[in-house]
Design a protein around this ligand. Structure first.
Ligand code: T3D
Length: 261
């Protein structure tokens, strides 16, 4: 598929998806969502891709749904169907991708744009970036996984405030409440995010993918079920080439060369 609304490149084992509609702060419409979905499918399918980096061009990361596309009277139809077809597949694809996903939030992240970032594994943001669960401002409810991720990340009290007040918080505040991983100067954001993604791509990515599966399951499992899943996936990790390489390198006091197998 040729892309018009995103940029896609693969380098050093990292697939970089850049949201590319800067004039509207990279807000998402149906065609753009289809492109992101296609790029995520590629990232899952292609073996040489071992990590993903999601970011945006211009002064925004993503302002959520393109409101022009869904203005009252538009032909996009019922929002329930729209959310099921445009947003849910993106969140499912990001969480099901058993490869590390780094998100570099380069500017404002609003509505579905904020929640798309929260669906990633490690979220870095520029000092000037901000997060706003803007849904309540226009009479909508959180989607794109927001009602799932927010209470798990920051607790119910803060999740409720962010949701109901729809106040913009800074990247620094987002780090302080545990919403995201790290904040860095805008000038170094892309470099730092790239370095992190390249680092992860050279790690035992088969095991990292299984670890992500465990973390995904932890919210719904009870302790017994989670212990059993840990045992099962440790079995799989223990049979991997990366485990053999990791231990061999440790014993030989040399640097391991992981292949993600
Ligand atoms: O099924 C469904 O579709 C329902 C699902 C919904 C999912 C959602 O994401 S709902 C939430 C949608 N997003 C929003 O409500 C956010 C709307 N945008 C804003 O509140 C503000 O733009 C920001 C707080 C994000 C940034 O403010 P600011 O002052 O830095 O920028 P701005 O001037 O408002 O925006 C710059 C341009 O981007 C402007 O265009 P212009 O005037 O330069 O031609 C603005 O209209 C455009 N823009 C920003 N957000 C959107 C947008 N255009 C279309 N859709 C947007 N979401």
């Amino acid at each position: 598929m040729a892309y018009t609304f995103i940029l896609f490149e693969v380098d050093q084992g990292v697939a970089r998806i850049t949201l590319n509609r800067p004039d509207v702060l990279n807000s998402i419409h149906t065609a753009m969502s289809g492109e992101i979905r296609d790029a995520l499918d590629r990232a899952a399918r292609e073996r040489e891709i071992r990590a993903l980096l999601l970011t945006g061009t211009g002064r925004g990361f993503c302002a959520g749904q393109d409101l022009d596309e869904v203005r009252p009277g538009a032909t996009t139809g019922d929002f329930a169907t729209h959310v099921r077809t445009v947003y849910n597949p993106l969140v499912r694809a990001l969480r099901a991708l058993e490869k590390p996903v780094v998100c570099a939030v380069n500017g404002v992240a609003a509505g579905a744009g904020a929640n798309l970032a929260l669906a990633c594994d490690l979220v870095l943001a520029a000092e000037e970036a901000s997060f706003v669960e803007s849904f309540a401002k226009i009479g909508l409810v959180p989607d794109t996984g927001g009602s799932f991720f927010l209470p798990r990340l920051v607790g119910m009290a803060r999740a409720t405030a962010l949701t109901m007040l729809a106040e913009k918080i800074t990247a620094q505040q987002a780090v302080e409440i545990g919403l995201i991983y790290r904040v860095c100067p805008a000038a170094t954001l892309q470099d730092e995010a790239s370095k992190l993604a390249v680092h992860l791509a050279a790690q035992p990515t088969f095991g990292l993918g299984l670890a992500k599966r465990l973390l995904n399951a932890a919210g719904a499992n009870d302790l017994d079920a989670q212990l059993e899943l840990e045992a099962e996936l440790q079995g799989a990790a223990g049979r991997s080439a990366d485990y053999a390489e990791g231990v061999a390198a440790f014993l030989a006091k040399r640097k391991p060369i992981f292949t993600g197998q």
